[in-house]
Design a protein around this ligand. Sequence first.
Ligand SMILES: [Mg+2]
Length: 367
Amino acid sequence: MRRIVRVETGHYRIPLSHTLSDSTHGEMSAFELVTVRLYDDRGFEGVGFTYTVGYGGAAIRALIDHELTPLITESDAGRHELLWQSMWWRLHYVGRGGVAAFAVSAVDTALADLRGKWCAEPLWRLLGGTRERVPAYAGGVDLHFSIDELLAEIDGYLSDGFGAVKIKVGRDSLEEDVERVREVRRRLGYRFALMIDANMRWSVHTAVRAVESLRDQRLYWLEEPIEPDDEEGHSQLAELGIPIATGENLHTHAEFERMARRGRVAVLQPDVTNVGGVTAWMKVAHTAAARHIPVSSHGAHDIHVHLLAAVPNSSFLEVHRFGLDEFLSQPLVLRDGCVIPPGEPGLGLNFKWDALKEYAANRAGPV
Ligand SMILES: [Mg+2]
């Protein structure tokens, strides 16, 4: 038995190098990072994190500090599933998703990192090791960009070596969206994978109009066209013959199972930082595999590269603009459009904690 002896949390507000925007969250100038460091009685450390688009981080940290830390301290860190069940059910009445899922995610991910360190194996190998490289796409958060700015960003992705790109849609006018997609497609050519993401902005009716207007653009997928609770709406859109992707706003395994079964989506996108950590992410991936549905990711590419390299049914890894490169000693390795998972034990996340310090959020007040 290896006991958990200490849990430390951090809450940071990190400015973005430039403003990002999508149809639901508007313009974003910073994101929140909530970190967990678990220590066992043999001196091993497990690191995990979750993040927000600017709000909710203080509540997530408080749940970890006040509810989850006392629950798991002195527990056997090797009983990972039991700890996950304990955390989930401790917060179930106030949770079943929401900020509770974010809190459990950060702790569960730290437990997975810890296990990798015990075994001296990178997590992607420990969880299955299906592939040594994961195809990646650049996930733009660019709804407010002018077309010139958008195309300049696309050129940047191309020079970085990406083989696939996603842009935001969901402007007030569908005609503007269509024009933006056509301009980007023209720049990329038709052999390049292009995805679009409406961040839930549309009604089913508008989504149908969008699909009809963009049918000749050979989109790789249409992401979050409508609200995640409307499984029947997703099913209607699936009949139009365009691949529908969703998942970043589904925060339980059961929600994913229903979306796969009733929504008939083409790609599921569980996010390890909000679905309940590595334990829950793997369950979603296996549920998807049983239905022959590929899984992609949302944000947190430093963790998701391990998970997508582990499972057999993986699709593209999203490389996000909410990056942590500045605070990690080894930035992501992109080669020929693929990300190479790290070879270090566990997640291989070596945070520069000193560099993060200046972004620490104030516990006493709003961040
Ligand atoms: Mg998205």
